[in-house]
Design a protein. Structure first.
Length: 148
């Protein structure tokens, strides 16, 4: 029984890794066409949907190290898509916020990006997508809690 569970877990890991690789390939190709990489897009999308964010917290929200965040924000600033601003309450705290140009950029490309993701996930029915999403959230939460 333990061997079967182990095999099922390995099969799940392989299937999850391959599916993620191919869905990400679709997303990456689309994002690159707009002059960004996945991390830059993720940060910009976060700032667009959630508003200004402390630099120290962005990494955890887009799953990257804080050292890389500085580099990504620098690149987005050079493109005019976001800017830094100091906190009025705590001078040590620096926020990143999306610019008007960054908002227009996201508003321009997001509908097409959504279509690309829908096409990549087109092999599943809406019900299967919901079930897969729920199960992957459950798996992710357990894996995170059990990581020591």
């Amino acid at each position: 029984m333990a061997e079967q569970t182990s095999n099922e877990s390995l099969e799940l890991f392989i299937a999850l890794s391959r599916a993620s690789q191919w869905v990400n390939a679709h997303a990456d190709r689309d994002i690159r066409q707009h002059g960004l990489n996945r991390t830059e897009f993720g940060v910009l999308e976060l700032l667009y949907h959630k508003g200004y964010q402390p630099l120290q917290q962005i990494g955890g929200k887009v799953l990257m190290s804080s050292g890389n965040i500085t580099y990504v924000i620098d690149k987005l600033e050079k493109k005019g898509l976001c800017r830094r601003r100091a906190s009025t309450e705590d001078r040590r705290l620096i926020y990143a916020e999306i610019t008007d140009e960054g908002s227009r950029f996201i508003e321009d490309i997001f509908p097409g990006h959504t279509t690309v993701i829908e096409q990549a996930a087109g092999g599943l029915t809406p019900e299967e997508k919901k079930l897969a999403s729920d199960l992957l959230k459950k798996l992710g939460k357990f894996a995170q809690q059990s990581f020591k």
